[in-house]
Design a protein around this ligand. Structure first.
Ligand code: NDP
Ligand code: OXD
Length: 311
């Protein structure tokens, strides 16, 4: 049985999965929360952010299909047995949205919208020097399913693009770096830093007082990966010194962001509430069905999470 917990999109997942699953070799019954089912019948669960202890009763559970790309919250849980495989979504309509989100921030920087917004408040008519795409160095942290698409797109737009990942990559039009030395080199040659890194023990506070200060004065940061990447007090201290022109943040150390958090009212912070890239249900369903087929045929599903790497 495949049990579904998909919050607001529950009805859409149920109906699309019910239409798509009959094409599988073996029949799988599909049931959606909160319908109660014999826990021992559940072998697959497709879920996003279920409540605490949700997974505990399902002793025959083999695979969890995470209905998103980041699995940090799944890996932090204590109700998932270590032998249960976690499969995440790869792209599922998110890459195009990530491109748009990043492009929005990059254009804000390149077309100097932050300066013009300030000038408007002062009734000031003052054209600035033109800045072309080729004058802007964009660094993409994370060259996976999403970051690679973003970096390639920006390079095709004419930006000077670098990328950084755990293992060395080759991406056409993108100068690729890996490792700690690679990070320090690339940060110091960046005008706009875009992160789409997962949250893992290694990426926690990767952008801290030391590394943030390596990014040149007058640059901008866009974070659409996970909030744990940035040491927020260190970022605020640098923002106070006008080290960065602006930061565009979609993700935060704690979500939802505390109403008293200084980010809300900061003139150099542009905020969105974790909406950079939403899962497209139809794409997710196609991927889940394809992976169920792979699992039934004894193949490895795409997007299988490595628990040791944390993503
Ligand atoms: P992938 O797993 O495909 O890519 C992750 C990338 O990060 C890989 O290039 C990987 O390197 C790199 N990476 C991981 N750990 C390190 C490290 N310690 N040092 C350097 N590089 C590292 O993930 P996706 O591209 O699909 O998604 C990325 C993240 O985006 C998700 O985990 C999620 O947190 C976030 N996200 C945010 C959304 C939003 O709306 N804000 C929506 C969707 C996703 P390597 O290639 O060497 O493995
Ligand atoms: C995801 C997200 O990881 O929405 O899919 O953040």
């Amino acid at each position: 049985m495949l049990y579904i917990y998909a919050r607001e999109q529950q009805a859409e997942y149920l109906s699309l999965l019910q239409q798509s699953l009959p094409n599988l070799d073996q029949n799988i019954e599909i049931v959606g929360w909160p319908t109660s089912v014999p826990p021992e019948d559940v072998t697959y669960i497709a879920a996003w952010m279920p409540p605490e202890d949700f997974f505990r009763p399902y002793k025959n559970l083999k695979t969890i299909f995470a209905l998103g790309a980041g699995v940090d919250k799944f890996l932090a849980r204590t109700d998932i047995a270590p032998e249960v495989q976690i499969v995440r979504l790869t792209d599922a309509g998110m890459a195009q949205q990530m491109i748009e989100y990043c492009l929005y921030g990059v254009l804000h920087y390149q077309r100097q919208m932050d300066f013009y917004a300030f000038q408007q408040q002062q009734n000031q008519w003052q054209p600035r020097d033109t800045c072309l795409a080729r004058d802007v160095r964009v660094t993409v942290l994370g060259l996976g399913e999403l970051g690679c698409r973003v970096a390639t797109f920006l390079s095709q737009m004419g930006y000077v693009v670098s990328g950084w990942s755990r293992t060395q990559k080759e991406v056409e039009g993108v100068t690729c770096y890996a490792g700690q030395t690679g990070l320090e080199n690339v940060l110091s040659q960046t005008d706009v830093l875009f992160s789409v890194l997962p949250s893992t023990p290694e990426t926690q506070h990767l952008l801290n007082q030391h590394s943030l200060a390596l990014i040149p004065k007058g640059s901008a940061i866009i974070n659409a990966g996970r909030g744990s990447l940035i040491d927020e007090p260190a970022l605020l201290a640098l923002l106070e010194q006008a080290h960065f022109r602006f930061v565009l943040l979609d993700v935060y150390a704690k979500e939802p962001l505390d109403p008293a958090h200084p980010f809300w009212q900061h003139p150099r912070v542009i905020m969105t509430p974790h909406v950079a890239a939403d899962t497209i249900v139809a794409d997710a369903v196609t991927q889940i069905c394809d992976n169920l087929r792979r699992i039934q045929q004894g193949q490895t599903p795409t997007g299988l999470v490595s628990r040791s790497q944390g993503y």
